[in-house]
Design a protein around this ligand. Structure first.
Ligand SMILES: [Zn+2]
Length: 223
């Protein structure tokens, strides 16, 4: 099984920060090795991938420019929910807390990062959108309780609203989802409600490797 940087969360960050909600963390502590950005012009959401850990060996030629690549990224992540980007920059530090896995805004809106996994036809690994979902305080408290649990069994999924607009689809904001908590330091998996939204359809039906190429080409800057 591939060690998936997009799936593994940093336990220490959250257990230190969120069990003691009065501790402020600055946004600079967020890992932001930003290599990719949305190209819809809003550039509200930066997508990051951890170099070297989220690539599969796969030779492909970009259909937009003809450039050849030997690897293909399999996960892209948003470093924060769109709501965080929506806060004017000077206010972010006072109104929001953000680390690699949890975001809280105005001490009431709570977001957690999860993995929206999409099977890739013919590959063992999934494509992963690292995206954020808002959850209730009650769900969040349970998520924290189970944060370091070595095993999670029979835990009901937690409802969440998807809180990133991925520019390659019709708006993905506020799609309904269920978060499945995972043990062993893995981020929760995000399962969209089975609607006709193209992202939900892709999650149910899987995507071709050509579609992954298309996503990589659309999100890669200066290639
Ligand atoms: Zn290209």
């Amino acid at each position: 099984m591939r060690q998936d940087a997009g799936v593994a969360r940093r336990k220490s960050a959250v257990s230190q920060c969120w069990s003691a909600p009065t501790v402020q963390r600055s946004p600079q502590e967020v890992d932001d090795k930003v290599k990719f950005a949305q190209t819809d012009g809003s550039d509200l959401v930066l997508l990051a991938t951890d170099p070297g850990r989220s690539l599969v060996d796969h030779a492909w030629t970009c259909r937009c420019c003809g450039k050849q690549f030997n690897t293909l990224p399999l996960d892209f992540a948003c470093k924060a929910p769109d709501h965080w980007f929506g806060i004017p920059e000077p206010e972010r530090e006072s109104r929001a807390k953000l680390d690699s896995d949890v975001c809280m805004i105005d001490d009431k809106d709570i977001f957690v990062r999860g993995c929206l996994e999409i099977p890739v036809i013919g590959l063992d690994d999934c494509f992963v959108w690292g995206v954020w979902a808002s959850v209730s305080r009650e769900s969040f408290e349970r998520i924290l309780e189970l944060w370091e649990a070595p095993a999670i069994e029979n835990e009901a999924p937690k409802f969440g609203w998807l809180c990133n607009n991925i520019s390659l689809y019709p708006s993905t904001l506020n799609l309904r989802a269920n978060l499945h908590l995972r043990s062993g330091g893995a981020r929760p998996s995000i399962e969209l409600d089975p609607t006709d939204h193209p992202l939900a359809r892709e999650q149910r039906q899987g995507i071709s490797i050509q579609r992954v190429e298309e996503i990589a080409a659309a999100l890669s800057l200066r290639h």
